[in-house]
Ligand binder design. Structure first.
Ligand SMILES: [Zn+2]
Length: 230
């Protein structure tokens, strides 16, 4: 071990002693700033795959997912939402970049639009995870990123609603940003991005609004498709 490596090791030991750091999922101790232990990281990576169309949402357009349903992915998405952890979100976006082959779906001419979050929840959480993921995917693919949709009223988390309540809960909750030029994305392929889809109700309502922009096609890309409630 050379002098530089010894110094770095010393700094890490110091950080570990005074600022203990742990895997954000399983709490195993890790080096300072490392959000996943080796085991959780390996399991997260093995759940990721290139965009794959899923056929059990109620959407009238294609919905692609980047991972198989796994307990690690479900945990990571839940922790990002409810704790909330911007560091974990960044680590998830990086893993999607390295292991999700996003460019196989998203082309340079496409427009990526995140599912919006209401300002009230945004100020509580500090970030919109869908927007951060969408910006990361757009940067990977070199395509246009546009927060074209707004959430006009606060809604209950979809996971707290039963099947019937879900659609009513979101009725009238989305609008196209009035500052956006009409026809700005006419004849484009718009890809909606969210962290997770369950029944697809949120994505469908967002797509219904985006159709006002007369795109040629709408698709959705989510990190995970949950087969049970988060
Ligand atoms: Zn872990």
């Amino acid at each position: 071990m050379d002098l530089k490596e010894s110094f770095i090791r010393l700094l890490k030991d110091f950080a570990a002693a005074f600022m203990p750091y742990a895997c954000h999922r399983c709490r195993t101790s890790t080096d300072f700033g490392v959000v996943f232990c080796a085991d959780c990281h390996a399991r997260l990576v093995s759940a990721l795959h290139p965009p794959r169309e899923t056929d059990d949402t109620r959407c009238d357009f294609a919905v692609y997912t980047l991972s198989s349903y796994s307990s690690v992915m479900a945990d990571v998405i839940r922790i990002i939402k409810y704790h909330p952890s911007a560091r974990l979100l960044k680590a998830l976006a990086e893993a999607c970049h390295k292991h999700g082959n996003i460019e196989s779906l998203v082309k340079k001419s496409d427009v990526i639009v995140p599912v919006p979050m209401h300002s009230q929840r945004l100020s509580q959480r500090g970030f919109n995870q869908a927007e951060k993921l969408a910006a990361s995917f757009a940067s990977i693919a070199g395509c246009h990123f546009s927060p074209a949709l707004l959430r006009t009223r606060a809604t209950r988390p979809q996971a707290d609603c039963d099947e019937e309540e879900r659609r009513d809960n979101l009725k009238g909750a989305f609008a196209v940003d009035r500052n956006l030029k009409r026809g700005a994305f006419a004849n484009s392929h718009i890809i909606l991005v969210d962290d997770v889809a369950t029944t697809g109700s949120t994505l469908q309502l967002c797509a219904d609004k985006l159709r006002e922009l007369k795109p040629a096609k709408i698709s959705a890309l989510v990190v995970s498709h949950a087969y049970k409630k988060f």
